[in-house]
Structures are given as structure tokens and as C-alpha cells.
Design a protein around this ligand. Structure first.
Ligand code: MD5
Ligand code: FE
Length: 203
């Protein structure tokens, strides 16, 4: 079912459920090569979510800023390839939401442990804002915050659970968004974590 969130954003409830096992296997493969790490923001604070990346480009933050780059800064090697199951799911979710031919070149893997959160921000390190973003939630439920084009606009709260996919495009693409603090729990497929796969066209 396609559930409209706001102009340009839809939730596909449990869309990724049939693929959850292969997505978790893909996370395992990618992070055996590029382990989860807590990157530091330019302000010097560690991100509370642990991150890894796969695909041609990965999103990184360090003392020099935020950017996409082809190498994992921890190893100096290219990011692991994007698993076929990742690419296909992102493409079919985008198509279901009305975006034909989505070919992501970057997948950010966020792993939230209890207490982790992500403050309100905009995604603006990509080159083409006409391309959508596909976000896949796996494991423990969390509350997503979806705001306006200015930080001052009060966000709405959207609960997201295992297998839910959100596609953001058009007028929703530049909205402020974030994730409230993850509560402790136990999920049969992910244990004590929530994972989020964020697919983007960075270049
Ligand atoms: C998460 N991650 O749940 C979220 C899902 C990030 C991030 O925000 O930057 O890693 S992606 C949600 C998103 C992306 C682009 C636009 C909008 C939301 N939006 O317009 O609300 O870990
Ligand atoms: Fe974001």
C-alpha cells in the first residue's frame, strides 16, 4: 500500500519484508569489509548512529566537512559493491512511488543502538535534487520526524517499523528530517538494533 506522507513523500509499509533476510545478509557482507564506525562531524562530535557505506560512493563526515567519496577513509580502499538485493529493492520501491529508472550510486547504512538519534537536518550533499531518496527501515521501530523547508517549522512524527520503505522526492526532497532516540528492545531479525539503508544518487 502506498501511503502519502506529504507532497513528494510516500511510505510503503512493509515493502521490504520479503527481502529482509537478504538485506540483512547484505549488511553483514558489506560491514565485514567496511566495519560500522561512529564518524565525527566537523564540530568534533561523534555521530550517535554507527555507519557504513556501499556502492560507488559513500557519505563521510570528518573535521573537513561532509561529502561523498569513492574510498572508505578507514581503509583507503573503495567502498564494497552495492549488493544486487539492495539495488533491486531501491529501484522497485522508487518505481512504485512513481520514480522510474532510479539507479542509486550510494547506499549509507545507519545502525542505531538504544539511545542513538539523528537530529533535524537536510540532505544536501548530492548533486541532483530531482533524484529521489529511498530509505529502508529494518529491526526495532523508531519515530521519524518530518519537518519543513526551514528548521523552525514543527515536524510531524511518523512511526516506522521493520520493512517499511519511504521514498522522498520532488517537493519533499529538501525537508528537514531526523530520528528520535531509539528505545531499547529486541527484534528477532536484528537483535537490539534498528538499521536504515538510505539509497541516493550522489553524482
Ligand atoms: C534514517 N537517515 O532513518 C534517515 C533516513 C540520513 C538520514 O536522514 O541522512 O542518513 S533518510 C530520510 C530522508 C532523506 C531525504 C529526505 C528526507 C528524509 N526528507 O525529505 O524528509 O537513518
Ligand atoms: Fe537525512
Amino acid at each position: 500500500t502506498v501511503e502519502p506522507l506529504m507532497d513528494g513523500a510516500v511510505v510503503l509499509r512493509q515493502f521490504a519484508l520479503p527481502n529482509a533476510e537478504s538485506l540483512m545478509a547484505g549488511i553483514e557482507t558489506v560491514t565485514s569489509e567496511a566495519p560500522f564506525r561512529h564518524m565525527k562531524t566537523p564540530g568534533g562530535h561523534a555521530m550517535s548512529a554507527a555507519m557504513s557505506c556501499c556502492g560507488d560512493l559513500g557519505w563521510v563526515t570528518d573535521s573537513r566537512g561532509y561529502r561523498y567519496q569513492a574510498e572508505d577513509p578507514e581503509s583507503g580502499r573503495p567502498w564494497p559493491a552495492m549488493p544486487a538485493a539492495f539495488r533491486e529493492l531501491a529501484r522497485s520501491a522508487a518505481e512504485t512511488a512513481g520514480f522510474e529508472g532510479f539507479e542509486p550510486d550510494a547506499c549509507l547504512i545507519n545502525r542505531y543502538q538504544p539511545g542513538a538519534r539523528m537530529g533535524l537536518h537536510q540532505d544536501k550533499d548530492e548533486q541532483d535534487f530531482t533524484q529521489p531518496i529511498v530509505s529502508v527501515s529494518l529491526g526495532l521501530p523508531m519515530v521519524f520526524q518530518f519537518g519543513g523547508l526551514k528548521r523552525s517549522e514543527r515536524p510531524i512524527r511518523v512511526p516506522l517499523g521493520h520493512g517499511d520503505v519511504v521514498v522522498w522526492g520532488g517537493p519533499a526532497r529538501m525537508r528537514y528530517h531526523g530520528v528520535l532516540t531509539l528505545k531499547a528492545g529486541e527484534h528477532p531479525q536484528t537483535g537490539g538494533y534498528r538499521y536504515n539503508l538510505t539509497f541516493r544518487r550522489a553524482r
